[in-house]
Write a protein that binds this ligand. Structure first.
Ligand SMILES: Nc1nc2c(c(=O)[nH]1)N[C@@H](CN(C=O)c1ccc(C(=O)N[C@@H](CCC(=O)O)C(=O)O)cc1)CN2
Ligand SMILES: NCC(=O)N[C@@H]1O[C@H](COP(=O)([O-])[O-])[C@@H](O)[C@H]1O
Length: 187
């Protein structure tokens, strides 16, 4: 059974899907050991109510935040670290130390539409502004360079002529959950 640590910053939609998938048996090889946030957020409240060990940290310089997270991992060593809507950039030393065990789910077909400033609805707005015909989601290894780590899995979807950022985010949210569970079931 692999021990999972999930890093969050927001609502925790993908984290909730992992929790639900474990409880309904769709995800059988992992157990959530910790949920860590870089701010107060709905995701940490939800995880706490699920009796998962949580750490609600504060948004601060990446070197300090990364060290705080690493200090948690010294005591509770995870097998896999999953960034689920985590919005702080992690320090290069932290990324090097945990390389190969830390993955991110990004709401675009990387390498397009990744990097600093590319998160949440901003991604979908830019895709639509650029009149893209397809978009999707990507699971990739986390490295010091944002959204530039080796791609593990990605899946695309078509954009309709009337696509909006909200309609696209709903399509991609479904894809994110699919490929995240696909990855976690094959580790
Ligand atoms: N070292 C790395 N850190 C992080 C990575 C990574 O690949 N390497 N992935 C991101 C996740 N992410 C997209 O998938 C992402 C998250 C946040 C940002 C961003 O621009 N953040 C803002 C701050 C936003 C906030 O705190 O509200 C910023 O840094 O100015 C870009 C991409 C997670 N970390
Ligand atoms: N670059 C990372 C990124 O943009 N992640 C995006 O944040 C959304 C909301 O997460 P949340 O439900 O945990 O708030 C996630 O669905 C994902 O697309």
């Amino acid at each position: 059974m692999k021990k999972l640590s999930i890093l969050v910053s927001g609502k925790g939609t993908n984290m909730k899907h992992i929790i639900e998938s474990i409880s309904n048996g769709k995800l059988s090889k992992v157990k959530i050991d910790t949920v860590i946030s870089d701010r107060s957020c709905k995701a940490i409240q939800y995880a706490s109510k699920e009796n998962i060990t949580t750490f609600s940290l504060k948004k601060t310089k990446k070197i300090i935040l990364s060290k705080e997270i690493d200090n948690i991992f010294i005591k509770k060593i995870p097998d896999i670290i999953v960034l689920c809507g985590f919005l702080s950039i992690l320090d290069s030393e932290f990324c090097d130390k945990w390389y190969g065990k830390i993955i991110n789910i990004h709401p675009s077909l990387l390498p397009k539409y990744g990097g600093k400033g590319m998160y949440g609805m901003r991604v979908h707005q830019k895709v639509i502004n650029n009149k893209e015909k397809i978009s999707g989601a990507t699971v990739h290894y986390v490295t010091k360079n944002i959204d530039s780590g080796n791609i593990i899995l990605k899946k695309s979807c078509n954009l309709s002529s009337k696509e909006t950022p909200i309609s696209l985010s709903k399509k991609i949210s479904i894809i994110e959950k699919e490929i995240l569970i696909q990855y976690l079931n094959n580790i």
